[in-house]
Design a protein around this ligand. Structure first.
Ligand SMILES: C[S@@+](CC[C@H](N)C(=O)[O-])C[C@H]1O[C@@H](n2cnc3c(N)ncnc32)[C@H](O)[C@@H]1O
Length: 252
């Protein structure tokens, strides 16, 4: 997620104070994911190489939490899972995801090209058909994830971008990692120092975290954690604070 409007003039709020069903999926998608930005490419290479070397057993179940209008975290897990759950809160994004899962648009093939540099991905003959055949979309909250259910997972630009409340940020990260089985690998991405963001005409909240906060939040629940700040793709973008990607394993 790349919109980071520092001077919104809006009051901060908690997750349940916002109408997530009014999230403009198409505006968000068009703004962020029609093409591969350089910052997303950097994240994708890190996540691709991490999952490819993580030793995930055959038959694994994967989850992408707060999938929104983004398929690249899902595609990162495609070679390593037999079943993929997309766990998204907003009715609008759930409808968008169901449409894309049935047959995704060609822009996602440009994202797939980045992954294909790694042999595990190159061996997937038809990512569009594979995603359609093994993916299930659920309308549900990160705060209602069942514990210890999945073998690998992603959560991109969600914990930092669902509330202005640091306590909710930490709860969302902990809930996500606890939804994974012990030692399950995960990748998660964050906006750095975001004050909130517009999607179409509507404003949504964020909490201004940094790499140290990500490390501190993951420390009690994860092992083998690597936190990487990502270079700013477009320095001219107003209020843009960069991104952070973290990989690791759920604690046993
Ligand atoms: C900034 S968007 C990120 C979307 C996508 N993961 C991406 O990488 O671009 C934040 C997402 O969090 C979702 N969200 C908000 N509150 C949530 C909750 N309580 N549980 C799960 N997802 C939530 C929103 O609907 C939206 O899809």
């Amino acid at each position: 997620m790349h919109v980071n409007d520092g001077d919104s003039g809006q009051p901060p709020g908690s997750n349940d104070q916002f109408d997530w069903d009014q999230f403009d999926s198409e505006a968000y998608f068009s703004h962020n994911y029609l093409d591969v930005r350089d910052d997303d490419r950097q994240i994708m290479v890190i996540v691709r190489d991490f999952f490819a070397s993580a030793g995930v057993a055959p038959g694994a179940r994967a989850v992408d939490v707060g999938a929104g209008a983004n398929l690249y975290p899902s595609l990162a897990m495609l070679p390593f899972c037999a079943h993929l759950d997309l766990w998204e809160y907003s009715a609008a994004n759930v409808a968008w995801l169901r449409g894309q899962v049935a047959g995704f648009t060609d822009n996602w093939l440009r994202f797939w090209e980045v992954y294909r540099g790694q042999p595990a991905y190159a061996s997937v003959a038809d990512p569009r058909a594979e995603l359609a055949s093994r993916t299930e979309v659920h309308q549900a909250s990160v705060f209602d994830l069942p514990p210890r259910h999945w073998d690998l997972g992603t959560m991109f630009f969600v914990a930092c971008s669902l509330s202005a409340d640091l306590t909710e940020f930490r709860r969302a990260v902990h809930r996500f990692v606890a939804a994974l089985r012990p030692q399950a690998p995960f990748a998660t991405a964050f906006m750095a120092k975001s004050q909130g963001y517009h999607v179409g005409e509507r404003w949504f909240p964020a909490v201004a975290i940094d790499a140290d906060e990500v490390r501190d939040t993951l420390a009690p629940v994860a092992t083998d954690v690597t936190v990487t700040p990502i270079d700013i793709g477009d320095p001219l973008r107003e209020g843009y604070g960069g991104m952070i990607v973290a990989t690791g394993r759920s604690r046993g």
